[in-house]
Design a protein around this ligand. Structure first.
Ligand code: GLN
Length: 275
C-alpha cells in the first residue's frame, strides 16, 4: 500500500477517534484493573475474614476458606502475588471504589441495588437467607412470615442482605442491627430477639452450636447468588474473571474446592429476589 493510499485509513483509525475524544481499546485495556494487577505483580483482595466457611482464620490466624482459595487460584492464573485485606463487610464496597482493593470476594450476594455501584461477575455459589429462632422468645415460630408483627424483633448484621431484606419484607417488626454476627446470635440465644436472618450455612452452624436455646428455619426465603465485585464498568477485568470462573468449573478445580469445604449441602428450595 502506498503512503498516499494508507493515509485515509490512518486518519480514520487514529486521528478521527482522537479528535473526537474517543477512548481507544488500548486505553481501555491500559486502565483496566487486569492490566494494573499484572503490572504491579499483585492482586489485592478485600474480604471480611469472619464468614465461615467462605473466609475465616485457621489456628495460626491465616485466612482460609472457599473465597480465599478462589482468590489464590485467580492470582495463580494471573501469575501474580496475592494480598488479602481484611475489613468490615460494610467497608468493602467503599474500599473498592476508593481503589484500595482490586476486587471483593466475601460471600457477597449479587443484588441489583449493589450492582448500581459495583460490577459483579457471574455467580460462583447460590444460597439463600434463613432464620435462627429463639426458643425463649419465639418457641411457636415456624414460618418467617410470622415475624411481620410489631411485637417481634429481628437481629441482623449491618449492611448484609439480612439487614436489607428484613426492613423490606417485614416492615412491622423491630430491628436490632449489629456489626458483629456473634451479637446477633447472642440476642437470639438470650431471648432479646425472635430471630436472626443470615445466609443458610451460617444459620445451620449457629443452630448446631446452640441446640438447646434455638431452632432454625433452614428453608431459604431469598435467593442469594455470591459473586466477585469489581469497580463499575471494568469490562476487561470482568471478562477475565468470568472466564476464570468458567474454566475452574469446567476443569474440576471448583468442584474439589466445593467438596473440601462443604461436603454435602442442603439444597436451596425456594427463592425470592432480595431487591
Ligand atoms: N451474603 C450476605 C451479603 O452479601 C452476607 C455476606 C457476609 O456477611 N460476608 O450481605
Amino acid at each position: 500500500m502506498s503512503r498516499l493510499r494508507f493515509f485515509p485509513l490512518l486518519f480514520a483509525l487514529v486521528f478521527v477517534p482522537v479528535l473526537a475524544g474517543a477512548v481507544t481499546t488500548f486505553e481501555i485495556f491500559e486502565a483496566s484493573t487486569l492490566n494494573q494487577v499484572v503490572k504491579r505483580n499483585k492482586l489485592i483482595v478485600g474480604m471480611e475474614v469472619k464468614f465461615f466457611p467462605f473466609e475465616y482464620s485457621d489456628t495460626r490466624g491465616e485466612p482460609v476458606g472457599v473465597d480465599v482459595d478462589l482468590a489464590r487460584l485467580a492470582a495463580k492464573e494471573l501469575g501474580v502475588e496475592i494480598e488479602i485485606k481484611d475489613m468490615e463487610f460494610s467497608g468493602l464496597i467503599p474500599a473498592l471504589q476508593g481503589g484500595k482493593i482490586d476486587m471483593i470476594i466475601s460471600g457477597m450476594t449479587r443484588t441489583l441495588a449493589r450492582a448500581k455501584t459495583v460490577t459483579f461477575t457471574k455467580p460462583y455459589f447460590e444460597t439463600g437467607l434463613c432464620a435462627l429462632v429463639s426458643n425463649k422468645k419465639a418457641p411457636d415460630l415456624t414460618r418467617v412470615s410470622q415475624l411481620n408483627d410489631p411485637r417481634r424483633v429481628i437481629a441482623v448484621k449491618l449492611g448484609t442482605t439480612g439487614d436489607i431484606v428484613a426492613s423490606k419484607l417485614f416492615p412491622k417488626a423491630r430491628l436490632n442491627r449489629y456489626k458483629e454476627e456473634t451479637a446477633c446470635v447472642l440476642d437470639v440465644v438470650a431471648g432479646r430477639a425472635d430471630a436472626f436472618f443470615y445466609d443458610q450455612l451460617s444459620i445451620a452452624k449457629h443452630h448446631r452450636q446452640n441446640p438447646g436455646t434455638t431452632h432454625a428455619i433452614l428453608k431459604p426465603f431469598t435467593y442469594e447468588p455470591y459473586a466477585i465485585a469489581i469497580r463499575s464498568g471494568d469490562f476487561v477485568f470482568l471478562n477475565w474473571l468470568n472466564q476464570f470462573l468458567e474454566t475452574i468449573k469446567a476443569d474440576g478445580r471448583y468442584e474439589r474446592l466445593h467438596h473440601e469445604y462443604f461436603g454435602d449441602l442442603p439444597q436451596r428450595e425456594k427463592t425470592r429476589d432480595p431487591d
